[in-house]
Design a protein. Structure first.
Length: 591
């Protein structure tokens, strides 16, 4: 296992001294140490005795819903989780249905580690709250085989019909270095990147806020492309440099799909190191949400030792192993405010339950599509934010292969026969997962966003795999990928699923105010009674969308909001996000 440097130093707030400390997702909009809050031995807070055991509806069993449900259970509330599809949300690991016996040496018991990560697959080590939960469950991580990393071994870059083979950036032509240097210099000159990161390393919230707040006001309305095309560092370079920047420019590459997004959004990614030092979860990240569902609490003032979220839910009538301890409730059809102020949650089955508090972690558009909501539950300005929030498309297609054949060395070139591949062709990114010698390997033939994902949208898994292989054959003429494939391809387009409508949020220029409204909604003291008691969390609400850390942090905001809603409070030595919000909350722009 690779140790993640951020995790050990995140154990208490005091250890964040000096610039050797890691960059973490500490703000920048709201520099609150969620990692320290959630790890503190004092716990997250205390509820009044009469609130213990009260039910809270949690809509959505993804990572935001399950982190919130787990922490609410620890506090002594009774979370009731509603899940329309499958626990895990966009942390979904599909196990390959491999043939049980294979002639050519593939695993014969079907129990290989061959998984396709359909949603989140690479987790930056700066995501210290997310890693807290991985550690809690003892899940192992390993470096993700991203372009130009040691874990990938080698990388092939294929742009405009030209192909380069590289192990590190130094192996590529000068053009690539010029692009990388222009980007670094532009970020430093315009935003003072190293100063922002130093404030994060030392957890100097005041300095970080004073730097970041100015950037927000000036940069919310500028697109990523405008920044790149106008920066003086790029001005003397060619258009080709900009194209190359878009295709391999920074981090994991392929960022031209984001050119229309707000520059603030992209800057957050860089400042918090979300697109570098990423790890995968061995055996599949879905083990995390499912693990939280089955994780016993031992320190709850209400629940006996050994209580799990699963055990708090009613078992299904059929006594099969998997369902013995209870399953979440089904899809939600409507949310209504009752005369007594409680909120009624109706399932598509027709069953109705009412609650003092409801947490909606689903994609925000579902509150106007799948779920029929009383309009009065949210202000019109919040509805504007929920509905304008913009989601990005993404598709992936995977195949299992008999073994990691790509590691074989071509005797003529002395290079691997196939590498992690970044290209401007249809596939965009191809990732190779080695599960050990004589084990089936997994190839993510294509992972793409936006227009490239839409090109795949109408097609079956077979057709998508065929299209991807055809593109790869142009890059690797003579390599027979097909002969290694075992079983059927696995594919996903999150935008075609009515419970997701996209893969992750990507804020457009001018969206900061929307994010601000949604993010701060857990602070409900000043809201009219008609809008209180319903909380929001998840990727839609996050300031760092497309990374699970944002889902976790917004879930923890909601936990603070719900704790307060039931008359509880945090420990004086371990203030929570709502306690620090008046002082450190995201800057408000004039409406
Ligand atoms: N975190 C996701 C990944 O590593 C998405 C990154 C892209 N984010 C974005 N806004 N385009 O693939």
């Amino acid at each position: 296992m690779t140790t993640f440097p951020s995790a050990e130093s995140a154990s208490c707030a005091d250890s964040f001294g000096g610039s050797a400390a890691p960059v973490t997702v500490f703000g920048p909009d709201f520099p609150f140490g969620y990692d320290a809050w959630v790890k503190a031995p004092t716990g997250l807070g205390v509820l009044p005795a009469e609130a213990l055991g009260r039910e809270v509806a949690v809509i959505g069993g993804g990572i935001a819903g399950l982190v919130a449900a787990y922490e609410l259970m620890r506090l002594g509330l009774r979370p009731v989780v509603y899940e329309a599809e499958r626990l895990g949300g966009r942390l979904r690991s599909e196990r390959f249905p491999l043939p049980t016996a294979h002639d050519d040496g593939a695993s014969s018991d079907g129990s290989s580690e061959a998984v396709a990560e359909l949603g989140g697959m690479r987790f930056p080590v700066s995501s210290t709250s997310f890693y807290h939960y991985l550690e809690l469950l003892g899940l192992r991580t390993e470096p993700f085989p991203n372009p130009l990393t040691e874990a990938a071994g080698s990388t092939v870059i294929d742009l405009g019909g030209e192909t380069w083979y590289a192990e590190t950036l130094a192996d590529l032509p000068d053009l690539f270095k010029e692009v990388a240097e222009a980007w670094d210099a532009a970020l430093e000159r315009e935003f003072g990147l190293s100063g922002l990161q130093e404030a994060i390393r030392t957890r100097d919230a005041q300095t970080l806020k004073s730097l970041w707040n100015k950037i927000v006001a000036a940069w919310d309305e500028t697109s990523f492309y405008e920044f790149v095309s106008r920066a003086e560092e790029f001005a003397d370079l060619s258009f080709r440099h900009r194209e190359v920047f878009g295709q391999v420019g920074f981090g994991t590459g392929g960022w031209d799909s984001d050119f229309a997004n707000s520059m603030l959004e992209i800057l957050r990614v860089v400042v918090t190191e979300c697109d570098s030092h990423q790890e995968l979860v061995v055996g599949g990240v879905e083990q995390l949400p499912v693990g939280l569902w089955n994780r016993a609490v031992n320190d709850s003032p209400r629940w006996p030792k050994g209580t799990t979220l699963a055990s708090l839910h009613t078992p299904r009538p059929d006594p099969s192993e998997a369902s013995r301890t209870g399953t979440p409730r089904g899809a939600v059809a409507s949310l209504r405010r009752l005369a007594d102020g409680r909120i009624a949650v109706t399932e598509t089955s027709g069953e109705v339950c009412s609650y003092d508090a409801v947490l909606a972690t689903c994609q925000s558009w579902l509150l106007t599509t799948e779920i029929d909501c009383d309009e009065s539950l949210f202000s019109q300005s919040l509805w504007m934010a929920l509905d304008r929030t913009r989601y990005m498309q993404s598709s992936k297609t995977f195949v299992a292969v008999d073994h990691s054949f790509w590691k074989e060395i071509d005797p003529h070139t002395g290079r691997q026969v196939m590498s992690m591949t970044l290209t401007d062709r249809l596939t965009r990114g191809t990732y190779l997962f080695d599960n050990g010698p004589d084990q089936p390997g997994v190839i993510c033939l294509t992972y793409s966003w936006m227009s490239d994902a839409l090109k795949m949208l109408p097609y079956s898994a077979e057709k998508r795999a065929e299209l991807a292989i055809r593109a790869l054959e142009k890059i690797y003429p003579g390599l027979d990928i097909r002969s290694h494939i075992i079983g059927e391809p696995v594919t996903v387009s999150w935008e075609s699923n009515p419970y997701f409508l996209g893969a992750f949020k990507g804020a457009l220029p001018g969206h900061y105010r929307y994010n601000h409204r949604m993010y701060g909604h857990f602070m409900q003291e000043d809201m009219p009674d008609s809008e209180r008691g319903i909380f929001l969390a998840g990727d839609s609400i996050s300031f760092t969308p497309a990374w699970a850390e944002g889902a976790v942090q917004t879930a923890l905001n909601a936990v603070w909001g719900i704790l307060t809603h039931f008359g509880g409070r945090t420990h004086p030595e371990n203030p929570g996000p709502g306690d620090r919000y008046p002082e450190l909350g995201p800057v408000e722009l004039p409406e």
